[in-house]
Design a protein around this ligand. Structure first.
Ligand SMILES: *[C@@H]1O[C@H](CO)[C@@H](O)[C@H](O)[C@H]1NC(C)=O
Ligand SMILES: *[C@@H]1O[C@H](CO)[C@@H](O)[C@H](O)[C@H]1NC(C)=O
Ligand SMILES: *[C@@H]1O[C@H](CO)[C@@H](O)[C@H](O)[C@H]1NC(C)=O
Length: 497
């Protein structure tokens, strides 16, 4: 397959020279004369080049001050080539700018482009240190979004809550495959501009007071959750926040590109496994696209985050970084209503490989994707989720093989050396699980923290909602005559029934 690709590319680049379609227009002009003019032109270019390049190329900055200076002044976006159907935006405190395509680059830009492309990077400066916040390691924070408008305020609160120096964090969002009436992109614009103005807190407060309770109709389940957990959440979202909570970030970029999505309707449960495999490959494609477009030479670390996290220590980046692993994930759990046991491991994609898992893989087709949590694939692996002890040492680390994508911190060099999120099967896995396996295959250290937990939001399933409605009816009967339910609650109950 690789050979095929190389062949086509080779042919393409040869085209202008060898193609028989190439017919000089003015065939009557003698060849000698053409050569003469060509020499003049080349000479003129050489002259301009020598004149203008004096002192402008081959600048190597070593001290830290000039490191920052350099990156502030390069407009990387002008260097980008664009795929079809991609829109790229840069957000700063003055607003959102749509990045032009390369076709519209004007002469001034070409000059700038020239001077900014000729530059040296010492990648050993960006190897990643276990003490990055002090050593000035730049981090690329990558967040994929799809129909995510409702969770954006939550996500931004967590972004602001990060205690890693905001001036060392570049954020890149990828908005893809949203439904027609979804407003993720627009909402992301508003919130990002406010973030970079340092007044997102005010904007969110204003929005909340207009909308009332943001959680909308799904708050009925809150009465069934562990009160301790609810209290913890309340506390986490109220001041005092850390002192740099409102500080703008080094940069915010938003990419919008669709990758297509598969529709699971009409599939039976058995086929669901296959659907999962295809879905994971598509997500791998999107992740790879985002890494390769957003990663800059000065980034030392890459932090992948899902938007729908409810509770997470603000120091998570430093907490993961200090282990100096190449790839590292925390444990991811979610709260549940008390009648379902209060809590549950959420992410089953972080695991340690087992003999049974390897044996299973040997008997599968090359293209089959093993998906955890399905009866078809009994792997008997050790899942990070299931070895958590709520009172365990958060500094305990175990070596992992597969990793889940909710929260991955990885050294940028892992990506630079070619590890990615396979959009094909790699050792019978795809996307983040295959990423873990591939990193390990290439000799990187992959770890997980069993007792360091981040909490995913709980979204009640249809079954859970029915159970909640049943319990509400029962409560209502018991309370009959004692107190009247509010109109709002009645309406909600009717909807649920
Ligand atoms: C950093 O580099 C810029 C651009 O070459 C230069 O003007 C400036 O004086 C340098 N600063 C220091 C502290 O070396
Ligand atoms: C945030 O700051 C910008 C620039 O100063 C201002 O235009 C905008 O109205 C402010 N927004 C809020 C919600 O305070
Ligand atoms: C914000 O960070 C603090 C300090 O790490 C933590 O206690 C709090 O729970 C975090 N907030 C959220 C919403 O997770």
């Amino acid at each position: 397959m690789f050979r095929g690709i190389r062949d086509t590319q080779g042919k393409k680049s040869d085209l202008p020279i060898t193609s028989s379609n190439f017919k000089p227009k003015a065939q009557s002009v003698p060849r000698r004369q053409i050569l003469k003019y060509a020499c003049y032109i080349i000479g003129a270019f050489l002259f301009i080049y020598l004149l203008s390049s004096k002192g402008n190329i081959s600048i190597k900055y070593s001290d830290e001050e000039n490191f920052t200076y350099r990156f502030k002044n390069i407009d990387y976006e002008k260097l980008k080539k664009y795929d079809d159907g991609v829109e790229q935006f840069l957000v700063d405190k003055d607003g959102v700018k749509l990045q032009g395509s390369t076709e519209r680059v004007i002469q001034k830009d070409i000059d700038e482009l020239y001077h900014s492309t000729v530059d040296y990077y010492d990648l050993s400066d960006a190897e990643g240190s276990s003490n990055g916040a002090i050593d000035g390691d730049y981090i690329l924070l990558l967040i994929p979004l799809r129909n995510a408008e409702p969770v954006l305020p939550l996500m931004f609160k967590h972004i602001m809550n990060l205690t890693y120096p905001h001036s060392l964090i570049d954020i890149a969002f990828l908005v893809s495959d949203c439904s027609k009436d979804d407003r993720t992109l627009e909402s992301l614009f508003d919130l990002s501009v406010a973030l970079q103005n340092g007044n997102l807190s005010d904007l969110l407060k204003a929005q909340e007071s207009i909308k009332g309770d943001l959680s909308g109709t799904s708050d009925l389940h809150l009465g069934y959750m562990d009160p301790d957990y609810i209290e913890k959440v309340d506390k986490a979202f109220n001041p005092p926040f850390h002192k740099d909570y409102n500080e703008p970030f080094n940069s915010v970029q938003i990419f919008k590109k669709d990758f297509g999505q598969i529709i699971g309707q009409g599939f039976t449960d058995r086929h669901d496994v296959k659907v999962q495999g295809i879905r994971r490959k598509l997500m791998g494609k999107a992740r790879n696209w985002l890494t390769s477009n957003a990663l800059k030479p000065y980034h030392s670390w890459v932090y992948w985050r899902d938007a729908d996290i409810e509770l997470m220590p603000g120091s998570i980046i430093q907490d993961l970084m200090k282990f100096n692993y190449d790839v590292i994930v925390p444990n991811v759990w979610r709260p549940l209503p008390e009648f379902l046991g209060n809590e549950q491991a959420y992410d089953l994609n972080s695991w340690i490989e087992s003999d049974q898992g390897l044996e299973l893989a040997r008997n599968l087709q090359e293209d089959d994707v093993i998906v955890e949590g399905y009866a078809e694939y009994p792997t008997w692996r050790v899942h990070l989720g299931y070895i958590r002890n709520p009172n365990g040492d958060p500094n305990e680390i175990v070596d992992m093989d597969g990793v889940g994508g909710v929260s991955i911190l990885a050294k940028a060099k892992v990506f630079r050396r070619g590890v990615h999120f396979p959009a094909f099967t790699f050792q019978n896995h795809a996307e983040t699980e295959a990423f873990g396996k591939m990193a390990k295959t290439m000799g990187f250290r992959v770890g997980g923290l069993p007792h360091y937990t981040v909490w995913h939001i709980y979204e009640p399933s249809e079954d859970d909602l029915q159970e909640i409605a049943r319990k509400e009816r029962k409560k209502r009967r018991q309370n009959e005559g004692k107190e009247d339910l509010s109109e709002q609650t009645k309406k909600k109950l009717q909807q649920k029934e």
